[in-house]
Design a protein around this ligand. Sequence first.
Ligand code: THU
Length: 134
Amino acid sequence: MAQDLFEAAKAAQSRAHAPYSNFFVGAAIRDENGDIHAGCNIENAAYPSGWCAEPSAISHMIVAGGRKVQELLVIGNSDDPCMPCGLCRQRLLEFIDDTASVTVHLAHPERGIIKTLTFADLYPHVFGAEQLHS
Ligand code: THU
């Protein structure tokens, strides 16, 4: 069932702009409507101005009208799974209601999905909107 996410993330990864790190990343989100939104990392000669694949995918989801991340797949070329960075975990959390119900797949373009976990495993102690009002 995650094959569609894998294909979308792989296609996005192939378009990444990563001439400085040569670390090409793709991400694909399935939203609450079942629609898929993909993105890639986009680096910049002024290094901190670049951004990760996950916010690219989030941006596409928001523009398309999606508001909830239901399932996520991140793809990278490294031997070890490309784990979403800390900042991206926080960015994704903004669009997740129940972290235990969101599945996260980590994949490699040739090896396929190499690890699957929940978002709660990935980011167990969160700072989200609820903390602002507690
Ligand atoms: N990168 C992502 O796109 N997502 C992550 O969660 C980890 C890191 C990108 C950012 C940068 O372009 C490259 O990988 C090397 O850090």
